[in-house]
Design a binder for this molecule. Structure first.
Ligand code: CIR
Length: 265
């Protein structure tokens, strides 16, 4: 069960200076982005989560995407080394909050060749899958395995997406959401070859919809998500409690997704 979330407010610099995969990107409406972010925070509260909101940081245009800065599992926080140089400085305030305000055990990456974006770390509840992407490298994956020795960690190559979790996410206990797109299916196959446990798969139509946020028996998904008709039966079996649709269209313009905007503790 998650009790806390760390989120970061959106700086003005987000509008023009956040990193974007597709250039030229569609212009970001800053006010709308902030409004959607506030709604996102409200949604987290509906999941029974106490939300710690960090003040905006103009020096770090991408600071709203806190997921990339730390991996927290069972009270241990690994401080990431984000793969984008402009994001390296984001970790300082996160480290301090995790240590001082939440009293977590902090682990640092001791290899300066390692890069890790939290968006590449899929914690299934039983084991850890690390995506080797443009942001996370092999040394980074080794640092993750070392930080959480109690869990099996495997690695999969990610292509056609920014992060592993852009393509798949946990949508319930032992349930992985993934889209039908060939890129996602290819990476899913690699995941299934590497993992130790078996998982149920929730296949959605839209690629972005595969990133869902599952916490405390509830799920947050994008508003336009086509969930297969047979799925409610599985949900009943999972003793699933509630779901919320959350629009984050302005944050998606900078490649954000639902999991990217919080660290759950
Ligand atoms: C970046 O390129 O780093 C940001 N514009 C987006 C990061 C999104 N992070 C995530 O999905 N975990």
């Amino acid at each position: 069960r998650y009790h806390y979330a760390i989120v970061s407010r959106i700086p003005n610099s987000f509008k023009d200076s956040s990193l974007k995969q597709k250039e030229p990107a569609k212009p970001i409406d800053l006010e709308k982005a902030r409004q959607q972010h506030e709604e996102y925070v409200e949604t987290l509260r509906k999941l029974g989560i106490d939300v710690l909101e960090l003040p905006l940081d103009e020096r770090h245009p991408d600071c709203v995407f806190v997921e990339d800065t730390a991996v927290v599992i069972n009270g241990t926080a690994l401080i990431c080394r984000p793969g984008a140089p402009s994001r390296l400085g984001e970790v300082a305030v996160i480290r301090q909050t995790l240590r001082k305000e939440l009293g977590l055990k902090i682990v640092e990456v001791d290899n300066d060749k390692a890069t890790i974006d939290g968006g590449d770390v899929l914690w299934t509840g039983k084991e850890i899958v690390v995506g080797l992407s443009g942001r996370t490298n092999q040394e980074g994956a080794q640092a993750i395995a070392k930080a959480f020795p109690e869990y099996a960690t495997c690695m999969v190559r990610v292509e056609g997406a920014l992060h592993l979790k852009s393509l798949m996410s946990m949508a319930g206990p032992e349930l992985i959401a993934v889209s039908r797109s060939p890129a996602a299916q290819k990476v899913l196959k690699r995941v299934q070859e590497q993992v130790t446990y078996s998982y149920m798969i929730l296949t959605v139509e839209e690629e972005e919809a595969a990133n869902m946020l599952y916490a405390n028996g509830m799920r947050v998904h994008l508003p336009d998500t086509t969930i297969p008709k047979s799925f409610p039966i599985i949900e009943n079996k999972l003793d699933f409690q509630n779901r919320y649709a959350q629009d984050i269209s302005e944050l998606q313009k900078a490649d954000g997704d639902l999991t990217s905007m919080s660290i759950l503790i």
